[in-house]
Design a protein around this ligand. Structure first.
Ligand SMILES: Cc1cc2nc3c(=O)[nH]c(=O)nc-3n(C[C@H](O)[C@H](O)[C@H](O)COP(=O)(O)OP(=O)(O)OC[C@H]3O[C@@H](n4cnc5c(N)ncnc54)[C@H](O)[C@@H]3O)c2cc1C
Length: 381
């Protein structure tokens, strides 16, 4: 029996794959997107209620044009689907003035003329009395920030893709894929499919899917937890910001209290790295709570209530913690998007556009030079 044929096959329908399928279908391509679990599952990287989106990007100023475009694309998706996805909310970065986070936020803001407000520690405590930081800490407040409802975003991209004619099949794991200069062929547990182009957006499973190109990827277990507060009114989003705190004990971030679960708090990085999602312990342990409570006791003592919810989620890290978005170095008809290193979701809407450009034309006008797939092997020559 001959294989079913498409213009483009997308492997993995999480944050990035759903966006790519949506954009390609919008452009009239015959798209097949394959997901190993149920659509919207909680075993990868795109679950846990919310994701921060911010423009003054401490990780590198070159992300700023992309995040500006991502904002437009999220609003466009909201309009197309008639659903609310992005809530504007100020984001407060906190750290010592020479910390990489503070220096990075200010550098991006300066280079891209983004309005931010620097707060001394006493201004920080006056404006946001819930925080307790020593005198050598400062805050940088950015108002052009917010949060995305992560599961709703994936669902909205998938729904829009299907509305535009894409085929999305979930519970259909890809077992293997091959490519030659004429076509790509994808074998799932159920069937074989062929297409002119392939996009691999396998998130934490990208290391397994990509062989040599995935060898540099490491997976990290991250735990988000929701704690009750002493007074929910003091942690509402009209009075309490999103925050990132760079402390000697680690990087922590959190959200206002958005519902009865309380305020979401998590540590950024900090956990041991492994090579495959199967090595991750998905049970919640007492130590997960203790690490975050130690931060809260010291710096946010009003968030001291019971832990109402906890969720294990995976980061997929590259060695430099910047993304991989590129054509496959050896196969012109295969496009890769991987290693979003714990800060990729906000970009999903623009990554979909970039992946559609790369699959369609082999290039994109959007700035992605720093995401080249070959950069880790090149440096070893
Ligand atoms: C706790 C936590 C907090 C975060 N906070 C933020 C934040 O505030 N802001 C931000 O911008 N980013 C944040 N991130 C990062 C962001 O969520 C990720 O970078 C992003 O979700 C990655 O999307 P992805 O599409 O690469 O992976 P995923 O969403 O995991 O998608 C990959 C998909 O591929 C599927 N797949 C894999 N292999 C196969 C196969 N063989 N066959 C079929 N399907 C397959 C998987 O099942 C999965 O659905 C956070 C991440 C975590 C874990």
């Amino acid at each position: 029996m001959s294989a079913r044929n498409f213009d483009v096959i997308v492997i993995g329908v999480g944050g990035m794959g759903s966006a790519a399928a949506c954009e390609l279908a919008r452009r009239g391509r015959r798209v097949l997107a394959l997901e190993q679990f149920a659509l919207g599952h909680d075993r990868g990287s795109s679950h846990g209620h919310t994701r921060i989106i911010r423009k003054a990007y401490y990780e590198h100023p070159d992300y700023v044009p992309l995040v500006c475009r991502a904002f437009e694309r999220w609003y466009d998706l909201e309009q197309r689907q008639g659903i609310h996805l992005l809530t504007e909310c100020p984001c407060l970065s906190i750290g010592r003035s020479d910390s990489p986070t503070i220096a990075g936020v200010l550098a991006s803001a300066k280079q891209h003329r983004l309005p931010v407000e620097t707060l001394t520690s006493s201004e920080l405590c006056y404006r946001y009395p819930a925080f307790c930081f020593d005198d050598d800490y400062v805050g940088v407040l950015e108002r052009s920030a917010g949060f995305l409802y992560v599961e709703d975003c994936v669902q909205a991209h998938a729904c829009e893709a299907v509305r535009m004619g894409a085929t999305i099949l979930d519970h259909e794991p890809v077992v293997s894929w091959q490519a030659n200069e004429r076509e790509v062929s994808v074998q799932t547990t159920a069937e074989r499919y062929t297409a002119a182009r392939l996009i691999v957006t396998a998130g934490p499973w990208a290391g397994q899917m990509l062989a040599r190109q995935g060898a540099c990827l490491r997976v990290v277990r991250q735990v988000a937890q929701w704690f009750g507060t002493c007074d929910d009114a003091a942690f509402r989003r009209d009075v309490f910001p999103l925050y990132l705190a760079d402390t000697p004990q680690g990087h922590f971030y959190g959200f206002p209290a958005l519902n009865a679960n309380g305020a979401k708090v998590a540590q950024h990085y900090g956990a041991p790295e492994v090579t495959a999602p199967s090595e991750i312990d998905r049970a919640i342990k007492p130590q997960d709570e203790e690490t975050v409570r130690a931060f809260l006791r010291k710096h946010l003592p009003g968030i001291d209530g019971p832990c109402h919810r906890a969720s294990v989620c995976l980061y997929t890290l590259t060695p430099d913690r910047h993304f991989i978005i590129d054509r496959h170095p050896d196969l012109a008809n295969v496009v890769l998007a991987a290693g979003f290193s714990g800060h990729g979701f906000k970009f999903a809407s623009v990554v979909g556009e970039i992946l559609a450009d790369l699959a369609d034309k082999g290039s994109t006008a959007l700035p992605i030079e720093m995401f080249r797939a070959g950069r880790f092997s090149e440096s070893k020559v």
